[in-house]
Write a protein that binds this ligand. Structure first.
Ligand code: PAF
Length: 301
């Protein structure tokens, strides 16, 4: 497995691979890898000659500096998981490499990456607006988040120029936003959303799970229990407004949680479903804080 930190060196290597006729699968990540990420690597390996995984904690998609500084950074452990999984290339750039060096003449463009205030980079001035796809859920509670995702993902697509890309369905809204961005910008890349992997108690695998304390971890399955309760209520004909009340009660019973949102939406448009009968591709989406850790999950049916 080859590890690159430089965009120019990665581009040059991938150019030579493309010239040999190899197809490229791409798995973008922020590291702190788990089995869910490895399932994306596996999906890519099954369909491509070469699999590239990027590991970059993208500072511009965090709207909360504490969340950014708490985000686990575990490059060595990540590489130790990727190599036996058969990943061919890791791309792990610095913020400065991705966004260019900070311009001291323009203080407003300076940013620190939170974990290390001495690391500065030039904050992009381009802005993505994903319209109604980002006025709800994550976009509503994390202003600017999808702008940061859009910028980094489009930049990574331009650098890697993959044939196919693999995203976890756990970030359902991210998948919808990236799908739309790929249409609007004409990326000729196949998007493959992959199923959420879960722990034995139903907790969706996430890099953030490792920040849960030993007391919090057993409580975390409350989220998946809430989603399965909501699904069975909807399928038995309970109106969406009543299902939402039931979910509020469900979280009310567990004071360690602070429910941020529970929404019943169409998985593609992300707009609320108000009618009694669930539509095809109904998505139940939750975000909740358990202590200091913000967890998201969804069920699509
Ligand atoms: O899902 C993630 O890990 C990130 O949002 C992504 C797609 C790697 C962009 O930074």
């Amino acid at each position: 497995m080859q590890i690159f930190h430089s965009i120019a060196e990665l581009r040059s290597y991938l150019r030579s691979q493309r010239q040999e006729g190899k197809t490229i699968g791409f798995v973008p990540t922020m590291g702190a890898l788990h089995e869910g990420h490895l399932s994306l690597i596996e999906a890519s390996k099954a369909q491509n000659d070469l699999t590239v995984c990027s590991i970059f904690v993208n500072p511009i998609q965090f709207n909360n500096p504490d969340d950014l500084s708490r985000y686990p950074r575990t490059l060595d452990a990540d590489c130790a998981m990727l190599a036996p999984a058969g990943c061919d290339v890791v791309f792990a750039p610095s913020a400065e490499e991705m966004y260019g060096p900070a311009q001291t003449s323009d203080r407003s463009s300076l940013s620190s990456d939170g974990s290390n205030p001495s690391v500065a980079y030039a904050k992009p001035i381009l802005k993505f607006d994903f319209g109604e796809l980002e006025r709800v859920m994550e976009g509503q509670f994390r202003p600017g988040h999808f702008n940061g995702v859009g910028i980094v993902v489009s930049k990574l697509f331009n650098i890697v120029q993959p044939d196919r890309t693999y995203f976890g369905q756990k970030d359902l809204q991210q998948v919808a936003v990236v799908r739309r961005m790929m249409i609007d910008l004409g990326f000729q890349i196949e998007l493959h959303p992959c199923p959420t992997l879960r722990e034995a108690d139903g907790l969706a695998m996430s890099s953030r799970n490792r920040n849960l304390t030993a007391e919090e971890r057993p409580l975390a399955s409350h989220i998946f229990k809430g989603l399965t309760l909501a699904k069975s209520l909807l399928l038995s004909g309970t109106p969406p407004s009543e299902v939402k009340q039931e979910i509020n009660l469900h979280f009310g019973k567990e004071p360690a949680f602070r429910l941020e949102y529970f929404e019943i939406v169409n998985a593609y448009t992300l707009q609320p479903i108000d009618s009694q009968a669930p539509e095809d591709q109904t998505a139940l989406c939750i975000a909740a804080y358990l202590g200091k850790v913000r967890l998201i999950d969804n069920l699509v049916f």
